[in-house]
Design a protein around this ligand. Sequence first.
Ligand code: COA
Length: 318
Amino acid sequence: MSFKILGTGSCLPQRTVTNEELSEFLDTSDEWIQQRVGIRQRRVCTTETTTDLAAGAAIAALEMSGTKPEELDMILCATVSADNAAPSLACSVQNKIEASCPAMDINAGCTGFIYMLETAAGFFAMGYKKILIIGAERLTRCADWTDRSTAVIFADGAGAMVLGPGNSYISSKLVAKGGDAVLRIPSFHGMSPFYEVEPREPYIYMNGQEVFKFAVNAMCTDLADAVEKAGLTMDEIAWVIPHQANARIIDFAVKKFGIKPERCLKNIEITGNTSAASVAILADELVRSGRLKDGDYIAMAAFGAGLTSAACVIKWEA
Ligand code: COA
């Protein structure tokens, strides 16, 4: 027994920021960003908190599933940009939607949503009945807005699922290669009068080329392994939902596996990289598009800070 997806939801901030707008204060261009990353515009918080986005996605998923907040047994949130280190984002959402169940956060960088699916599967094995899972980020808060190599990439958004008992979670592969040399978001260092180490800049640091190499390899290897573990071939996968970090990374995987482009979901052009929210936002788009058929196999793959990566195969149970 693992779980089935009872409902999905997503929530993006109101404000759209185009590449042209970024070019007004960064030495960049619409052409460079579209060619090298595949982003045309992204959503950016102006007044919304991470909790607002997470709760918005949660409410949409609860509505679709016909679940009341008081019926939930657990709330999990995957995030690297919660409003507070404590309380957790999950506890803030629990308060906002007036649920009463336990709640906690998971941090596996941009891979967090798939790590969270695995965690949820463990709770269902223990007998939990209804779990709300949310990937939510306000990464624009962590960006150095003078650094063109990161500021153009990261964005804000949230995606959620309500899960109930079922047999949809078919296979998975989780990976971690710990280290902060190529990708990190330092946390607040504090003002201890005793601490002698200079704090790091509190912004996203990324060695783009190193992350790119890791990402291409991780996405292809993890996808292949998760599909094989499911006893399937790539041809039997109806939908691929890859983390939206760079369109070129996605296109590489599409070409390598001969995936039909229309079967590999992409919204990076308009959402940017929303980290732990990205696969959940796409899953919600897919569910709401009405294109999913009972029994369709969905493969998800993600990678990010940790370094972490993961892939899983889910069978859609209508
Ligand atoms: N606009 C214009 N030029 C830019 C730029 C921008 N926004 N960002 C970087 N450049 C410049 C660099 O300064 C460099 O200039 P130089 O040759 O004069 O030194 C040049 O473009 C090439 O930089 P490079 O870092 O080699 O570019 P790239 O082709 O590797 O693309 C990334 C950079 C970040 C888009 C790419 O490496 C990437 O997507 N990596 C993976 C990142 C990722 O997935 N992160 C998310 C993890 S969850």
